[in-house]
Design a protein around this ligand. Sequence first.
Ligand code: ADP
Ligand code: ADP
Length: 223
Amino acid sequence: SEALKLTGIFKGYNLGQPSEIRVLNGVDLTLEPGHVTALVAPSGAGKSTLLHIAGLLDTPDKGTVTLAGQDLTGQTDRVRTRARRERIGFVYQFHHLLPEFTAAENIILPQLANGVSQATARAHAEDLLGRVGLSHRMDHRPAEMSGGEQQRTAFCRALANGPSLLLADEPTGNLDPGTSDTVFDALMTLVRETGMSALIATHNLALAARMDRTLRLEQGRLV
Ligand code: ADP
Ligand code: ADP
């Protein structure tokens, strides 16, 4: 089944008040496994609102959210949080790595929280870091790594628990163009090799052109 399916999503803020704003006006979106989709939206168009709904961090006013065949509309917070932890990886513009822990430890910790053994978690962290060319940074703390290395580590952490869906919000937004390309290549490698589905919000049209398709958020709908 599809990795993510959004159907007829409506979302507004301050509804019924003078400050009412209608952000999403019937968004339909299907993400197939193994596909990378670019989400392009001018500032204020509702990109964050859409990513939060897709990531089960917020609920729509109307419409359905289905993740790997499971309809999560109207489910309890507990069920939604569990689905989020098991199935979704998040990447942001800033890496949000834990500064007091090494690269490997940042990838090991979320796995331990999911009940994986230390040895298995360590082996998986080594494998992920190796795939993005960071075997030599395993035992370095974020402050000892470059911006690009930190961001590649954050991708590995997002994939630590084997999610089926990756949601990324401007993942290369704070990097210079050369580093941005290297980091994006690493992200694409990880996504392709794991067969996950990814929705990547970006302002970088050159990066968007390298993904499988581009969707634009315009007047509350995807085109
Ligand atoms: P983007 O990420 O594309 O910049 P957002 O999804 O953050 O857009 O916001 C879309 C619109 O909704 C903006 O006009 C924003 O001001 C408004 N908005 C977002 N969150 C809230 C909120 N919690 N309360 C009121 N308005 C909000
Ligand atoms: P944890 O397992 O660390 O308690 P959660 O289950 O709360 O994390 O969240 C899972 C993922 O959702 C994390 O990667 C976190 O970064 C992201 N997340 C949680 N809350 C928010 C939020 N308000 N805005 C953006 N991302 C969030």
